[in-house]
Design a protein around this ligand. Structure first.
Ligand code: WTA
Length: 666
């Protein structure tokens, strides 16, 4: 029976490694199977990183030229380099070497939107498809170092597309298919992509998404784009622009089923992935080949305790870093079978996850707290009656998991599974704080301990001094670089330095606050910058504000993150209208304006960024020097108007009372 400490404060609850995982008659022996072993390996990785990572890189990756130096540079100057002199190719590591030894092994289980349409792709077939698309890209003039934009639904071609790019040394820049045409346009332009890979339509939760039409809209102002290759998901009739648009399958069928992988240096760029920061302008985070791939492979091995024969399932979208690392590069680099899930957790019913686990005998299952909370709300009945005995590891990612959701998820594992709450970021490439299933006792809501090579510190946000010892809260930083950390922001290294390395000089600044508790466990407290996390989607308040300000009625806006039971945070927007525009709460014209503003955000960023609440107001709280006091807005929305603090510094303190009334009425 599992221990139940759920009545204790989360910090006091300690769930030991499930005995089932350590029972050799039931489960493969975990790669790291005791706390002592973790401590020893972590110590080596920090004290002797060259030896530690040199060994891992040699064991886990295949090189065409061995590296001659493990590490150079660091956080001080932003000149990070790993595995110097080495050459390798990511697609070779993820496809060829497994296709050669085991061509019939299933690489991808495509679990389509409709549950009865799943499809298996073997490593042998994956290699042919990757080579053919790589050839088609070359035929369109794509060479090593070029960028290729990918805007695709969750179909096998998306995985093939990533691997085809890395095969020829092109940098893929995947844009999440929930982004709007305008957001896609900005990302295609910023990366100077000449080719876009997409699909006719998408399918998600029974709904059809007009993927190609969004691409067409975006490309109206992308003069550099010469070629669009269109995969057929639904076979619908979509407009094809003569000379620019081609069916992906036709172009691939002209290409041979094998081409050699391009040899890449360790530090050759591998891909870009745009993410949001404190400013309105999204940044193209750039990862390089060897370090990224090693981080992906090592974390699937150690954090998900991957063993041959396991069926690995990450529910993220391939458009986010979690999909890159834990659907594609991590599992495939180890030769795993990886599940590609096109649908949503509630389609056709809220039993979808559990049916899928039983159907494919999934061993590692990885999802986000927002999905767990949404399913928990729908009741336990949906979880019953499914054979979940194949599961060993349940992972979560994207935002802090509240203890109630953690317990519910833990119960899915019936005391036999480890829950790994993995903390990381687009910029970190792979997990940096996480339990290891066979070694680390867990606490609900804590990401627990640093991964190998991660030397953490918590700083006083004001003085920048390290807070030593336990029971401290501050900003979370890392003291030295590790292989899979991003190397730069595409085309703007200065911004990379300023965002991550300069705020606390010599440290990597995560942007998150954290507590180290009395036992040394790490609890992530959420962002300390102007980034909001809605259902695990990272959004910047500045980005949403600049979308709203484009509307003709808007004079000024302030966007904040409010708490939400399901999505973690949600977006509340205070919108100050231009003089002459009357706002009458509840009146039709005012409601229409609110709707227009929500549409505006959907159009500029995408539906997932839509504000949940819009407050139309005449004025915003500002200091006499004109600084907007978001803190006050956050407190009002959180219902903490009685603890606003000193508002006498405001230019017009009476604004506050008006806002309290307005929020209360909405
Ligand atoms: C948040 C997603 C708490 C955090 C992989 C981080 C988390 C941001 C966790 C990165 C976790 C991610 N617990 N917070 N286990 N995982 N976050 O770049 O605020 O989309 O900075 O990468 O998500 O989001 P990103």
């Amino acid at each position: 029976m599992m221990a139940d400490h759920s009545e204790l404060p989360a910090e006091e609850q300690l769930y030991p490694v499930p005995a089932h995982l350590l029972d050799a008659s039931q489960c493969p022996k975990p790669w790291v199977s005791s706390l002592e072993q973790y401590k020893e390996m972590h110590r080596q990785s920090i004290e002797n990183p060259d030896e530690f990572f040199g060994k891992e890189a040699t064991e886990l990756l295949s090189w065409t030229t061995p590296f001659h130096k493990v590490h150079h540079g660091g956080l001080q100057h932003g000149d990070i380099a790993w595995f110097l002199g080495g050459q390798l190719n990511a697609s070779y590591n993820c496809v060829d070497r497994h296709a050669m030894s085991n061509p019939d092994k299933i690489a991808i289980i495509y679990e389509a939107d409709e549950p009865n349409q799943s499809e298996n792709i073997t490593y042998g077939e994956l290699l042919r498809r990757v080579c053919q698309l790589a050839g088609a890209l070359r035929a369109r003039g794509i060479r090593k170092g070029d960028t290729v934009a990918i805007y695709m639904p969750m179909i096998p071609e998306a995985v093939v597309a990533l691997l085809a790019c890395t095969r020829i040394g092109a940098l893929h820049s995947v844009v999440f298919a929930g982004f709007s045409a305008e957001a896609l346009r900005d990302r295609v332009q910023d990366a100077s992509s000449r080719v876009v890979l997409t699909a006719d339509q998408g399918k998600r939760g029974g709904k059809t998404i007009e993927t190609k039409r969004i691409v067409d809209d975006a490309l109206k102002s992308c003069p550099l784009v010469e070629t669009v290759l269109v995969a057929q998901r639904t076979g619908a009739q979509v407009p094809m622009k003569e000379g620019r648009d081609f069916w992906l399958a036709d172009e691939c069928s002209k290409q041979p089923g094998y081409i050699d992988p391009e040899p890449m240096h360790s530090e050759d760029p591998m891909f870009l992935l745009y993410t949001s920061g404190s400013t309105g302008q999204p940044k193209g985070v750039m990862h390089t080949t060897a370090g990224y791939l090693l981080g992906a492979a090592m974390t699937v091995k150690y954090v998900f305790d991957y063993h041959p024969g396991d069926i690995f399932a990450c529910m993220a979208d391939v458009g986010w870093i979690t999909g890159h690392t834990y659907i594609v590069y991590g599992p495939l680099s180890l030769g795993a079978t990886s599940v590609l899930f096109e649908s949503i957790p509630t389609y056709p019913t809220p039993a979808r996850y559990w049916e899928m686990i039983a159907k494919h005998k999934i061993t590692q299952f990885y999802t986000a707290p927002t999905a767990i909370r949404a399913l928990r709300r729908l009741g336990d009945d949906w979880t019953k009656g499914h054979d979940l005995s194949s599961l060993r590891i349940l992972g979560t990612v994207g935002e802090p998991i509240n203890p109630e959701a953690w317990h519910w998820y833990n119960d899915i594992g019936q005391g036999k599974c480890a829950v790994v709450d993995t903390y990381w970021q687009t910029e970190t490439g792979s997990h940096i704080i996480t339990p290891l299933p066979g070694a680390i006792a867990t606490k609900p809501g804590s990401a627990t301990v640093p991964f190998f090579g991660i030397d953490l510190a918590i700083l006083d946000p004001v003085t920048g001094k390290e807070l030593e010892g336990n029971n401290v809260t501050g900003v979370l930083v890392v003291k030295r670089d590790w292989p899979s950390i991003a190397r730069t922001i595409y085309g703007n290294h200065q911004r990379f330095l300023e965002t991550y390395l300069k705020p606390y000089h010599g440290y990597y600044f995560t942007g998150d606050g954290a507590t180290r508790d009395k036992d040394g466990y790490i609890w992530i407290r959420g962002r300390v910058d102007d980034v909001i996390n809605v259902s695990g989607h990272r959004l910047s308040t500045a980005e949403i504000e600049s979308a709203l300000i484009m509307h003709h009625a808007v004079a000024e806006t302030a966007v904040i993150g409010a708490n939400d039971d399901v999505t973690g945070q949600c977006i509340h927007a205070f919108v100050c209208v231009k003089p002459g525009i009357s706002i009458i709460p509840g009146h039709a014209s005012t409601l229409d304006l609110s709707k227009e503003l929500v549409l505006q955000v959907r159009k500029v960023i995408g539906p997932f960024a839509a504000p949940k609440k819009i407050y139309l107001v005449e004025d915003l709280p500002k200091t006499r020097s004109g600084k907007l006091m978001r803190r006050i807005l956050r407190k009002i929305v959180a219902g903490e108007s009685d603890s606003l603090g000193d508002i006498s510094t405001l230019a017009d303190p009476s604004v506050v009372e008006v806002l309290i009334q307005r929020v209360a009425k909405s």
